[in-house]
Write a new protein. Structure first.
Length: 147
């Protein structure tokens, strides 16, 4: 009878199973010490290949001969911006110089243009009207500051 128990015990140990009711951790002792994270420093808890989407920062810009309001927009590097563009008079353009952003803003009461842009490069960027809109067109500017 003792030999049968010894063989059963060896089989359980060899297979890596713990007998029912037996714990590897002493009673009252946590496997993770208090105040210690189970995730090592510098290691993300997000699974590989999965990215967390940042909600866009909505910025409303109105265009009117011959200015953009606001005239200066400041964001942190990495910010996802959603520009909502409207005009208070005629058709205008909205170009961020040095980027691929170039949108048409419909004239008053014809809706709005929505443009998404990721501010991934720090610096000062000129925003200009890219559609001829009158005598002051060349002076129609704003600035995007990415910190």
């Amino acid at each position: 009878m003792t030999a049968k128990l010894l063989i059963a015990s060896l089989l359980i140990t060899a297979c890596g199973d713990t007998p029912l009711g037996v714990s590897d951790t002493p009673l009252g002792v946590s496997a993770t010490p208090l105040g210690v994270s189970a995730t090592p420093l510098g290691v993300s808890a997000t699974p590989l290949g999965v990215s967390v989407q940042q909600a866009p920062k909505v910025i409303r810009v109105s265009a009117e001969r011959f200015a953009f309001t606001p005239s200066e927009i400041v964001v942190e590097r990495g910010t996802v911006i959603e520009f909502h563009l409207t005009s208070n008079d005629t058709d205008h353009g909205f170009r961020i110089v040095g980027t691929d952003v170039n949108a048409e803003i419909p004239k008053r009461r014809r809706g709005e243009a929505v443009v998404k842009y990721v501010a991934d490069t720090a610096g000062r960027f000129v925003i200009e009207c890219s559609r001829p809109c009158g005598a002051g067109h060349t002076a129609m500017r704003a600035t995007l500051v990415v910190k």
